[in-house]
Design a protein around this ligand. Structure first.
Ligand SMILES: *Cc1c(COP(=O)(O)O)cnc(C)c1O
Length: 384
C-alpha cells in the first residue's frame, strides 16, 4: 500500500505490502522459489530469477524504502554485504572519508578488502565538522557516517554534512542502523543513500542476518540493483518474511527501547562505580542539541566506562548479568551486553580505539524491551 501520506506507525504496518493477489493472504507469502514460469520467451510477470528479484524480498525492499521516505530499496545477505555493494560503485584511486569510531566490521571491510583494491579511506572525527572540508579533494567520492556511532554514541549533524557533500559533489551515505527510520530519516536531511544492518532493530528479534540500502536517487538505485544482481549477495524469502513481520512493531519497540534506555542511562550516571555514560539524551552530551533536532528520541544504546578503567572489572560485571545476555549484536527485543574492545571492535587497532574513547572498561548495552525495573535491578546487582 502507498503510505506516503501516513504517519510512521501506519507506515510500519502497511508500507510495501498488499494482500496477496492470488489468495487475499494478509501477510506477504514466503515465495520460496528460485525461478518463475515465463508465458513465452521474453514475457514474465516481473520476476524471472530470484537473485534478480523475488516477490517476498521485493515487498520488503519497498517497505524499507517507504519507511525511509525514499523510492528505492535493496536487501542483502547482511549489513556488510550492503556496505560491500555501496563500495563496489567506486574505482581504484577514489577516496572515501569516514569516521574514526565506526562499526568494527565496516572498518575491516574498508581497510582489509577495499583498501587492497586501491580505494583510499580517511578516518576523521565528525562531531565537529572543521576537518571534513579540508579532507575533501577531487578524488573524494563518498562520505560515510554512522550516527549515533558505535559504540561511543557520537552524534553527527547529518544536514550539515549533507550540505558540505552537495557543495563538493560527493555522495553521502549514512549507516542508520542505530537510529532506525523511526528515530531519524537521513534522506530527508540530504543523504544520498541510507544503509541498514537489518539484523538489528529492523528485524528486531535476533533471528535474521540481513542488510539494506535505500535511496531516492534513480542513478544510485540502478547501480545498486546492478551490483546486487551481478555480485549476488541477496537475502532469501524466508528472512525477508521475518523482517516484514518484524517491522510491523518497529515503532512500538522503539518507543520502549527509548523509554528503557533513558531510565538506564540516568541510573548508570548516578552509580558510584561508573565513570562515564555515553547516551545522546544527556544535556551535556557534546552534540545533544543536534540529536534533539535530527532524532525523535535517543534510542536504547548506551555505553559506559568504569572508574579505574580495568578490563577485569568490566569482564567481572558482565559475568554477573542475569537478564542482560553477553552477546554480539544489538537491537533485538532482549537486552544484550558486549565488551567492544574484545568483541565488536577487536578489528580496530588500539591507537584508533583509544583515540575514539573505546577504553578497556567500556561496556555497551543494547537495552531491550523488558520491564525497566528488572533491567535496573540486573545492573544494580552486577555492579554491586
Ligand atoms: C551490525 C552492524 C553492521 C554490520 O551488519 P551485519 O548485518 O552484521 O553484517 C554495520 N553497521 C552497524 C552500525 C552495525 O551495528
Amino acid at each position: 500500500m502507498e503510505t506516503k501520506k501516513y504517519k510512521f506507525g501506519t507506515k510500519a504496518i502497511h508500507a510495501g505490502v498488499e494482500p496477496d493477489s492470488a489468495t487475499g493472504a494478509i501477510m506477504t507469502p514466503i515465495y520460496q522459489t528460485s525461478t518463475y514460469k515465463q508465458e513465452k520467451v521474453g514475457q514474465n510477470k516481473g520476476y524471472a530469477y530470484s537473485r534478480t528479484l523475488n516477490p517476498t524480498r521485493h515487498a520488503l525492499e519497498n517497505a524499507l524504502a517507504e519507511l525511509e521516505n525514499a523510492k528505492y530499496g535493496a536487501c542483502f545477505g547482511s549489513g556488510l554485504a550492503a556496505i560491500d555493494a555501496v563500495l563496489k560503485m567506486f574505482n581504484p584511486g577514489d577516496e572515501i572519508i569516514t569516521t574514526d569510531d565506526l562499526y568494527g566490521g565496516s572498518y575491516r571491510i574498508f581497510t582489509t578488502i577495499y583498501a587492497k583494491f586501491g580505494i583510499q579511506f580517511h578516518f576523521i572525527k565528525m562531531n565537529d565538522l572543521s576537518d571534513l572540508e579540508k579532507k575533501i579533494n577531487d578524488k573524494t567520492k563518498l562520505i560515510w557516517i554512522e550516527t549515533p556511532s558505535n559504540p561511543m554514541m557520537n552524534i553527527i549533524d547529518i544536514k550539515a554534512v549533507a550540505k558540505i557533500a552537495k557543495k563538493s559533489n560527493v555522495m553521502l551515505g549514512v549507516d542508520n542502523t542505530f537510529a532506525t527510520p523511526y528515530l531519524q530519516t537521513p534522506i530527508d536531511l540530504g543523504a544520498d543513500l541510507v544503509m541498514h544492518s537489518v539484523t538489528k532493530y529492523l528485524g528486531g528479534h535476533s533471528d535474521v542476518v540481513m542488510g539494506a540500502i535505500v535511496t531516492d536517487d534513480k542513478k544510485i538505485a540502478d547501480e545498486i540493483y546492478r551490483i546486487q544482481n551481478s555480485s549476488g549477495a541477496v537475502t532469501g524469502p524466508m528472512d525477508s518474511f521475518l523482517v516484514l513481520r518484524g517491522i510491523k512493531t518497529l515503532h512500538l519497540r522503539m518507543q520502549r527501547h527509548c523509554e528503557n534506555g533513558e531510565k538506564l542511562a540516568y541510573f548508570l550516571n548516578d552509580h558510584p562505580k561508573v565513570d562515564k555514560v555515553y547516551w545522546p539524551g544527556f544535556e551535556d552530551h557534546p552534540n545533544h542539541d543536534i540529536a534533539k533536532k535530527q532524532m525523535l528520541g535517543f534510542g536504547g544504546m548506551i555505553s559506559f566506562s568504569l572508574k579505574g578503567n580495568d578490563m577485569k572489572d568490566a569482564h567481572s560485571i558482565m559475568g554477573k548479568f542475569k537478564v542482560f545476555t553477553l552477546a554480539e549484536s544489538l537491537g533485538g527485543v532482549e537486552s544484550l551486553t558486549c565488551h567492544p574492545v574484545t568483541m565488536t571492535h577487536g578489528a580496530l587497532p588500539k591507537e584508533i580505539r583509544d583515540e575514539a574513547g573505546i577504553v578497556d572498561s567500556l561496556i555497551r548495552l543494547s537495552v531491550g524491551v523488558e520491564d525497566a525495573e528488572d533491567l535496573i535491578n540486573d545492573l544494580k546487582q552486577a555492579l554491586a
